[in-house]
Design a protein around this ligand. Structure first.
Ligand code: IOT
Ligand code: MG
Ligand code: MG
Length: 511
């Protein structure tokens, strides 16, 4: 059994029906594609959903139509609040539609999930919404004929027609007219002949900036309970979930809780000929009894898959691409077939793991606040990262309730007794071996040798050491331009050609 869900969609809402069925857009996400169509109050919705075994891709009730990509994790809570316990047993889209009927736009403040939603309401208005973290990126583009909405920007970038501005969404630079719906936002758009108007913008979540100075025991207990719940709700009764395991505290914690709630847990660890974390991952797998495997990728192959990382993440930030590339390369090499993957991704953001040497505590808290104010648009948690391999992935540490708790802990509980991520390590005591609990943090880009492999390739091609970071940034921007804005397939884009063109562009610029 694999996940039964819609992983992505593209749809156009217009006031005239399309004569021909829409062409299937070129999604990076690999899954079963099906056409969807609906009409309400003179508006027509036509599109394509890409799913992993989902029975219903579009749900309708009382003239309201909903396309939901992703899943909801507080189903029981929502069903109870609706006074309809059986709602917890239907599809997630049906539950969201019931929540809409009950709360209207505020429903998106109640839902804790990993989703992007497009709803055509009874008045012919278009509602688009992201989850609290924008973990399923959602994009839109408007022109005189209607609004196109998609979970992948590339499917909108090449559309004909003069794009219009959409107030309340973030315009992507590059002149394609593609806008990003911000994290934790629901927008209501009205389309009238030749015009698109933002009727309402509702913020559904914002990272807390207050901190709770609670006692050690209370903090540790809270983190343990919320992590257990975040993992459990993400297993969705999958009898064979997979954990991408580095052997660090974050992914080991996810694996430990997954084992506690699941009969068989697969774990997989990747490395290159230059670097790996196989030893620490094996210790955890042995302790927990997971079905463990190791995957070695040659670092020059890994770096040359960079266009695929851009295709999946749709970003131009080279540091984030260095975190995502090893995961994408791993997913692409897993045996095909439906799969639900849980990761430890994101734990370091609210806990300040990337700033483990930052002193004193007020500065640590400032960088955490900064990271929580700037994550949106980096697409680190995008399901397309694994979707390119037909895999569904989900990240327990960015569960809304756990994330709220982690962010708002006193920074003195995050670093304590000289230890980074102290509260998480304590919360996992007794579930993991002592050496795992005290293992220092190592970033995925370091452990897999991704950053150094990219650097080595540039140095080999004559890029001076002082210009390596700048060159990586320029390469990432060029790839983003070609692959996302100009919709080229990643296999048509060569790493070496992009490097040569980047260097040539720089010299020409310098002359
Ligand atoms: P890191 O925390 O090392 O890895 C993220 C997740 O990727 C791990 O929890 C694990 O599930 C998986 N993973 C890592 N290495 C391997 C491996 N060798 N094999 C298999 N799976 C692996 C960067 C980082 O340090 O990753 N990510 C940060 C956040 C970046 C900063 N972003 C921001 N400021 N917006 C993170 O919190 O995950
Ligand atoms: Mg981590
Ligand atoms: Mg790590």
């Amino acid at each position: 059994m694999g996940p039964n869900l819609v992983a992505g969609f593209w749809a156009r809402v217009s006031w005239s029906p399309r004569r021909a069925a829409p062409e299937t857009p070129r999604f990076a996400t690999q899954g079963h594609t099906s056409a969807v169509s609906a009409a309400s109050a003179g508006r027509h919705l036509q599109g394509v959903a890409v799913s992993f075994g989902a029975p219903d891709t579009l749900v309708s009730d009382g003239g309201i139509h909903l396309l939901l990509a992703g899943e909801i994790y507080n189903r029981d809570e929502v069903a109870k609040a609706l006074g309809n316990a059986s709602a917890a047993h239907g599809s997630d889209a049906t539950l969201v539609l019931a929540a809409w009927h009950h709360w209207g736009i505020t429903a998106f403040r109640i839902l804790n999930g990993r989703f992007a939603a497009l709803l055509l309401d009874g008045g012919g208005r278009v509602v688009v919404a992201t989850d609290h973290a924008g973990s399923v990126p959602l994009w839109l583009r408007a022109d005189a004929h209607g609004v196109d909405v998609s979970t992948e920007a590339k499917t909108l970038a090449g559309l004909p027609g003069t794009p219009l501005d959409v107030a309340g969404a973030q315009l992507l630079p590059g002149g394609t007219g593609v806008h990003r719906v911000q994290a934790g936002t629901a927008l209501i758009l009205e389309t009238v002949q030749g015009e698109v108007r933002t009727a309402n913008r509702v913020y559904t979540w914002t990272p807390p900036v207050s901190r709770a100075a609670v006692g050690e025991e209370i903090a540790v207990g809270r983190v343990r309970r919320l992590l257990a719940q975040a993992v459990q709700t993400r297993l969705r009764d999958d009898p064979e979930p997979t954990v991408v395991l580095s052997g660090g505290i974050d992914s080991s914690g996810v694996a430990a809780h997954a084992v506690a709630h699941s009969g068989l847990v697969h774990s997989v660890s990747m490395g290159t000929e230059a670097s790996d974390e196989f030893g620490p991952a094996k210790v955890v797998a042995g302790h927990l009894g997971t079905d463990h495997s190791e995957m070695t990728i040659h670092s020059s192959d890994l770096v040359r898959e960079l266009p695929w990382a851009v295709w999946a993440a749709e970003i131009a930030d080279h540091t984030i691409l260095e975190y995502l590339l090893p995961l994408i390369a791993l997913y692409r090499r897993l045996p095909p077939g439906p799969r639900r993957v849980l990761t430890g991704y994101g734990a370091d953001i609210p806990l300040g793991g990337m700033h483990r040497h930052t002193e004193p505590l007020d500065l640590l808290d400032s960088v955490i606040a900064h990271d929580m104010a700037t994550f949106d648009g980096l697409n680190e948690m995008s399901p397309v990262i694994s979707g390119v391999a037909g895999i569904w992935s989900t990240h327990p540490y960015w569960d809304r309730d756990l994330l709220d708790c982690l962010i708002s802990l006193d920074p003195g509980l995050k670093r304590r007794y000289g230890r980074d991520k102290w509260v998480l390590r304590e919360a996992l005591a007794r579930m993991l071996p002592a050496e795992t609990l005290s293992r220092p943090k190592l970033g995925i880009h370091e452990g897999s040798g991704t950053s150094s492999a990219w650097t080595a390739l540039l140095l080999e091609k004559g890029v001076p050491p002082g210009r390596v970071e700048q060159c990586k940034a320029a390469m990432a921007r060029r790839m983003h331009d070609l692959i996302v804005l100009r919709t080229r397939h990643p296999d048509e884009i060569s790493f070496d050609e992009v490097l040569a063109a980047t260097e040539k562009g720089r010299t020409r610029h310098a002359l």
